[in-house]
Design a protein around this ligand. Structure first.
Ligand code: AHG
Ligand code: MN
Ligand code: MN
Ligand code: MN
Length: 337
């Protein structure tokens, strides 16, 4: 049924309703709204990358040891004006003076799947928002000699995912979709290019309990431990149904995750003999997506424990990730036990 213009709800309208209902406060509303604004800008840059010579590498190597793409850097700059941030593209957390978002701690992967940009394959931005760092403000109060702008508090961005107040991602694909949870379910907003607004397109998304789709980079399978190899082999067994699992791997976590959230199944990036903790970063990839998947009734695990229970020691630490339908993640955990 076609919705009348008045029924269509924009992200801005939805956020104001949440604020009026007391679910989030004005500052958090501003932070999320500014993130969505930055994502719109990134979306248009991504869509015009080869026109505006924004494909290819920047020439620098980030703290991960990756060749930074031009759009990694530009996306990071756009998201940086949000307050205290930890980013895949920043060596250390950055406190930004003109933070008009209180002292919320925003962690983010400014451009996920950036290796896909030059081929115009889906990419995304992932973010998580933690509560203001109260003890940090107390420090500043103790030392009136230093006014706030000079003193850089050492922010504790390393909090367990259980502390997240909000998490989300923006997927830059055939549609630009902003997916968000503020702890009361998962909502999807699709960018309407006609109005330049994100409009609500899915409410209270629930991930299917099971799904016969698996997303692993099997190119690494000789480096995996034997139990994991057995798990993957068994997925290929047609079994009584006569139908094996389907393999789907975009190579962009945001794209693979979004499909898993809607269709069910499992995404995995295992640790292997070369890197025991795999490739994905706990703070701004594994934890925000695990918060979202749990809000949708799914599961995010490192193979043995719940991702949201883990407190990062270092902001860029990596973690094996298995995420998706509860039945699929629990099936895998049995193989690894
Ligand atoms: P990023 O582009 O933010 O560095 O993340 C890339 C990640 C993730 O998006 C994707 O699922 C994974 O790298 C793909 O890794 P492989 O190419 O090793 O499969
Ligand atoms: Mn990267
Ligand atoms: Mn990433
Ligand atoms: Mn990235």
């Amino acid at each position: 049924t076609k919705k009348s213009r008045f029924e269509i709800q924009t992200l801005t309208g939805w956020l104001l309703n949440q604020e009026q209902a007391g679910v989030i406060n004005a500052e958090l509303t501003i932070v999320i709204s500014s993130i969505s604004m930055a994502c719109k800008q990134i979306a248009s840059l991504v869509q015009r990358a080869s026109i505006s010579n924004l494909t290819g590498v920047q020439g620098a190597v980030n703290v991960q040891g990756e060749d930074q793409k031009k759009l990694d850097v530009v996306s990071n700059e756009l998201l940086k004006l949000l307050g205290i941030i930890a980013s895949e593209e920043e060596d250390v957390p950055v406190a930004v003076e003109e933070s008009y978002s209180g002292n919320y701690i925003v962690v983010f992967d400014p451009l996920d799947g950036s290796s896909n940009i030059d081929a115009a394959v889906s990419s995304g931005s992932i973010f998580g928002i933690y509560s203001p760092n109260d003890e940090c403000l107390a420090d500043i109060g103790d030392d009136p000699a230093l006014d706030q702008s000079e003193q850089r508090c050492v922010v504790n961005v390393c909090q367990p995912g259980d502390n997240l107040l909000a998490a989300g991602y923006c997927m830059y694909s055939s549609s630009v979709i902003f997916v968000l949870t503020i702890g009361k379910g998962v909502f999807a907003f699709t960018l309407d290019p006609m109005h330049g607004e994100f409009v609500l397109t899915q409410e209270n998304i629930q991930i299917p309990k099971a799904g016969k789709i698996y997303a692993f980079n099997e190119g690494n399978c000789q480096l995996w431990d034997d139990n994991l190899k057995k798990y993957i082999d068994d997925l290929k067994d047609p079994g009584p149904s006569g139908k094996p699992y389907s393999a789907r791997y975009i190579g962009s976590l945001v794209g693979d995750f979004h499909r898993t959230l809607l269709y069910g199944g499992i995404y995995g990036y295992p640790g292997d003999k070369r890197s025991k903790n795999g490739k994905l970063r706990l703070l701004y990839e594994c934890a925000p997506l695990s918060f979202i998947v749990e809000q949708a009734g799914g599961k995010g695990s490192d193979g043995r424990q719940r991702v949201l229970d883990i407190t990062p020691i270092e902001i860029h630490e990596r973690l094996p990730l298995y995420i998706g339908s509860v039945e699929e993640v629990e099936k895998l955990e049995k193989y690894l036990a």
